[in-house]
Design a protein around this ligand. Structure first.
Ligand SMILES: Cc1cc2nc3c(=O)[nH]c(=O)nc-3n(C[C@H](O)[C@H](O)[C@H](O)COP(=O)(O)OP(=O)(O)OC[C@H]3O[C@@H](n4cnc5c(N)ncnc54)[C@H](O)[C@@H]3O)c2cc1C
Ligand SMILES: NC(=O)c1ccc[n+]([C@@H]2O[C@H](COP(=O)([O-])OP(=O)(O)OC[C@H]3O[C@@H](n4cnc5c(N)ncnc54)[C@H](O)[C@@H]3O)[C@@H](O)[C@H]2O)c1
Ligand code: SF4
Ligand code: FES
Length: 804
């Protein structure tokens, strides 16, 4: 069979989705060519918000990688824009002069951001937020500049503002209406949202109209129509989008706001379809992916000659992707003559719920503070469910059987579970039955469901429950700490707290361990969790520790040990150096080496010599063996370096003196550099400080080991005191929530930088964390000193044969 030539113009979410749907119907029908103006393969635009907020990396948002195009025999031209479609010749022409013939063509050119035509809008530092390039502009600007202004308090503006806050900028949102997200929320919800975002550090200028963007080459600020102004060195415009209809106009298609299409996504020219944000159906161009994916499905069936139900338009639902804020809106939420609302407002807990009825049907809903009923309400709105026989209030807060009834049970196989990624209930069931997926994470990996806003996770779990029935084991949703138990880390810690457990053996007994002795994985973990929960009362169980921690030195391959004395901030003096030299001579230590953490390591010490070596050194333990603070590396800073403007050694020494000996889930390394040259490699430490313009930038989650990871900017602070306070709260939150043996780099990736910032932004939480940190530090005693002062332990550990 000769394949027909299909050309897709626009390598974005809707167009490529249509191609995927076509390939699902048949791989034999078309020879496919795709043009995309951007230089990337198709990526998930939705996740740009998460990239900016630091929760996802650009490399992880690709939807169809280069191989996908190859495997499907698709010819792809990226970085190339189609400038004209010639319907008489049936060819498309690109800006490179390429002419490609077609039998069918799909226009999926998306939208362009609406840029306010203000004087100065072309200055450096003014950007939209639409694509990878814009995201890069914002990330780069945040490295050099401090003040950001976001024009537009809609979904996009608020997600951008949250991202810029996460990048350490001071962010003001300028909004034209009196309340935020007025297209999705009523006044009450809009005000609650504003209050919540203000506590997160966002500033708002409402009912403000911008008149001019001023500055020389780069933007320096905004002037408003009321005569006031705001300083800004980055301006993000997020005031809506316009369907991208340039190509359609140029090619003679009928356009209104968008390209006019019928119920099968056909334009008024034969063999020319349009899908996505650029298309206008029944007077509506859509701006969310769920309706675009519905369109793509209808288009695919039609173009492949299959019978299909026509596209009849979509009801919309939205959720704001800002962590810590639950906002949901669906359908028509406005009240009026024929539309009456039912509202619940719990002012104390900041929860607001509203549903709007037209006669006996629900037509819209707004939820703030608690959006778990969102999916159910949205489904009722879409189905135009008749609620004349239902107690109205129970729709907002189902009770009894209704509360337990699964929404997914009543959904048909082709209904969407994940709107962001267009995954239907049927596709999830298929992944469970054919690919053996048994957890939400596995479903995510197989189908992409729950990969974007995450709002559909409860529904995905419900489909798993429904499909696997009794086989669906809730325990597979979590990771057990080892094979001795089915309990996860959180359940174990909860069990310790709730039941007041105080010993490793007791935890195993009471929490029903499968083994009597536990294993090498759970024993040290339980020892850590017990110490973390009861910092002042718990007595460390030496036998539950790894050998290095037990011996307070690192065992080497020949059975000898290495000894690293503490050298605060990597700074030493002649007295300490002389003592080290004497010890080296006296105990015939074969190798003395300076470590990467700026310490002196004595290699080849005999086990029996350890206590005397420590005694003669008369220096604290450097903890080079422990799950604890290892080293704080410092650059020389202002004291001697001509670039240094801050006292890096001073801060480093303070940090090391305060946090030495702290028990942490895994080792923790810090570094302090007094200028952006970062001679102490602060960007690759668990916590790194970089001096800049009289402030400290605090980077977290860095790692220079097997899994190299650059640190993320957590905060920028002015004083050493603030730096100490943030460090205390951050480390304590890590101690309290990380899995044992989870480095901060993995932990930050798992819980999300935005989440950590949200916790630390809360003054009370920060204080409480620091208070608990002080408790934990209050019991610290130098272990070397403790051992040499205790004859019994010294004998047991160092004078018995065979223990190593
Ligand atoms: C930061 C951000 C967050 C968002 N979050 C959400 C969300 O949470 N939920 C949601 O539902 N929606 C969200 N959206 C909206 C969603 O991303 C869009 O609705 C969706 O991407 C539109 O898909 P599309 O294919 O129509 O357009 P696009 O994805 O914009 O794709 C169009 C592509 O066509 C290319 N193109 C244009 N003209 C030509 C030409 N002449 N020749 C060749 N190529 C051309 C463009 O460069 C572009 O790559 C978000 C959008 C942004 C920017
Ligand atoms: N979570 C999500 O679903 C999500 C996230 C981001 C973007 N999006 C989509 O991306 C598209 C663009 O988002 P958007 O927020 O830019 O569009 P929008 O139209 O939803 O909101 C724009 C906002 O800017 C305000 N505005 C308009 N002119 C202004 C002016 N001169 N000064 C100040 N404010 C002004 C409007 O009042 C409006 O609230 C939309 O289709 C949106 O649905 C969705
Ligand atoms: S980081 Fe800067 S201040 Fe510190 S030593 Fe290097 S150049 Fe000097
Ligand atoms: S609905 Fe957004 S990720 Fe599924």
């Amino acid at each position: 069979m000769i394949k027909k030539k299909l050309v897709l113009v626009g390598n974005g979410m809707a167009g490529v989705r249509a191609i995927e749907e076509i390939l699902n119907v048949s791989e034999e029908l078309f020879e496919i060519t795709i043009f995309g103006s951007e230089p990337h393969p198709n990526y998930n635009r939705i996740l740009l918000s998460k990239v900016l907020q630091g929760d996802t990396k650009i490399k992880d948002i690709t939807l169809n990688d280069w191989e996908w195009y190859e495997e499907n025999n698709i010819t792809l031209y990226t970085g190339e824009t189609v400038t004209k479609i010639n319907p008489e010749m049936k060819v498309v022409i690109s800006d490179n002069g390429r002419v490609i013939p077609y039998d069918e063509v799909i226009i999926a050119t998306g939208s362009v951001p609406f840029m306010l035509p203000l004087p100065g809008a072309d200055k450096q530092g003014v950007t939209a937020f639409r694509d990878i390039k814009d995201t890069d502009v914002m990330v780069e600007a945040s490295k050099k500049y401090k003040k950001a202004a976001v024009i537009g308090g809609g979904l996009l503006g608020l997600e951008a503002a949250r991202g810029l806050l996460n990048l350490g900028m001071d962010v003001s949102v300028i909004h034209i209406a009196p309340t935020l997200m007025e297209r999705q929320l009523d006044e009450t919800a809009g005000r609650l949202l504003q209050k919540e975002l203000e506590t997160q550090g966002m500033k708002f200028l409402l009912e403000k109209s911008t008149e001019e963007i001023y500055g020389t080459n780069r933007v320096e600020g905004l002037k408003f129509k009321d005569g006031t102004h705001l300083e800004a060195d980055l301006v993000v415009m997020a005031v809506g989008i316009k369907p991208n209809i340039e190509l359609a106009k140029e090619s003679g298609l009928s356009v209104n706001r968008g390209i006019i299409v019928n119920d099968f996504l056909q334009t008024d020219l034969p063999h020319v379809y349009s899908v996505g944000e650029c298309a206008e159906h029944n007077g509506i161009p859509y701006g969310l992916v769920a309706p675009l994916y519905e369109q793509a499905k209808v288009l695919a069936s039609h173009i492949c000659g299959q019978e299909t139900a026509p596209y009849k338009g979509s009801v919309l639902s939205t959720q704001l992707k800002v962590s810590g804020v639950e906002v949901f809106s669906a359908g028509d939420f406005t009240e009026g003559e024929d539309k009456k609302a039912l509202k619940i407002f719990d002012e104390q807990d900041g929860i607001y719920k509203k549903i709007v009825f037209k006669g006996s049907k629900i037509v819209g809903a707004v939820l703030f503070g608690d959006s778990k009923e969102g999916n159910r309400l949205f489904s009722m709105i879409k189905k135009q469910a008749d609620i004349s026989d239902t107690e109205k209030i129970s729709i907002l807060q189902p009770i009894g059987e209704e509360a337990g009834a699964s929404l997914v049970a009543s959904m048909s196989a082709d209904e969407m579970i994940c709107g962001c990624n267009g995954v239907s209930k049927g596709a999830i069931i298929q992944a469970i039955q054919e690919k053996g997926c048994t957890s939400v994470d596995a479903i995510k990996a197989c189908t992409s469901a729950s990969r974007s806003c995450g709002g559909c996770k409860p529904l995905v779990a419900d489909v798993l429950q429904l499909t696997l029935g009794t086989e669906f084991d809730a325990t597979v949703q979590k990771e057990a700490i080892c094979e001795c138990t089915t309990l996860s880390r959180d359940e174990v810690v909860e069990g310790i707290k709730e039941k007041g457990l105080t010993h490793v053996r007791e935890v195993m007994n009471v929490l029903g361990w499968k083994t009597e002795e536990g294993c090498s994985k759970c024993r040290p973990a339980l020892n850590y969790y017990l110490g973390m929960v009861h910092p002042t009362e718990y007595e460390d169980e030496r036998e539950s520790r790894f050998v290095n921690e037990c011996m307070h030195a690192n065992i080497q391959k020949d059975g000898t040990y290495s000894v690293v004395p503490r050298m605060y901030g990597g700074v030493t003096n002649s007295k300490d150096l002389r003592r080290i030299a004497d010890v080296v001579d006296k105990y015939e230590i074969p190798l003395v080496k300076v470590t990467g953490g700026q310490r002196i390591d004595l290699f080849g010490v005999k086990k029996s010599d350890l206590p005397r070596v420590w005694q003669d050194l008369d220096m604290p333990s450097g903890y080079a063996y422990g799950k604890s603070l290892r080293t704080v590396k410092t650059c020389v800073g202002e004291q001697f370096c001509r670039f240094g403007t801050q006292d890096s050694m001073g801060l480093g020494i303070r940090l090391e003196k305060k946090f030495e000996g702290l028990q942490t889930p895994h080792k923790v390394k810090m570094a302090v550099s007094a200028c952006p040259r970062s001679c102490a490699e602060s960007g690759f430490k668990d916590i790194g400080f970089i001096g800049i313009e009289g402030s400290w930038e605090i980077y977290v989650g860095g790692n220079g080991g097997t899994h190299v990871r650059g640190g993320d900017l957590l905060y920028k602070v002015k004083t050493d005191q603030e730096a100490m306070e943030i460090t205390g709260a951050y480390l304590q939150y890590y101690r309290e929530t990380a899995n044992y043996l989870e480095r901060t780099s993995a932990w930050v990736d798992r819980v999300g930088l935005a989440h950590v910032q949200e916790v630390l932004d809360d003054n009370n939480k920060r204080k409480e964390l620091n208070a608990r940190m002080d408790d934990a530090l209050s019991v610290y005693k130098d272990p070397w000193k403790e051992i040499i002062e205790n004859e019994k332990t010294t004998k047991e550990l160092f004078e018995t044969v065979g223990m190593s």
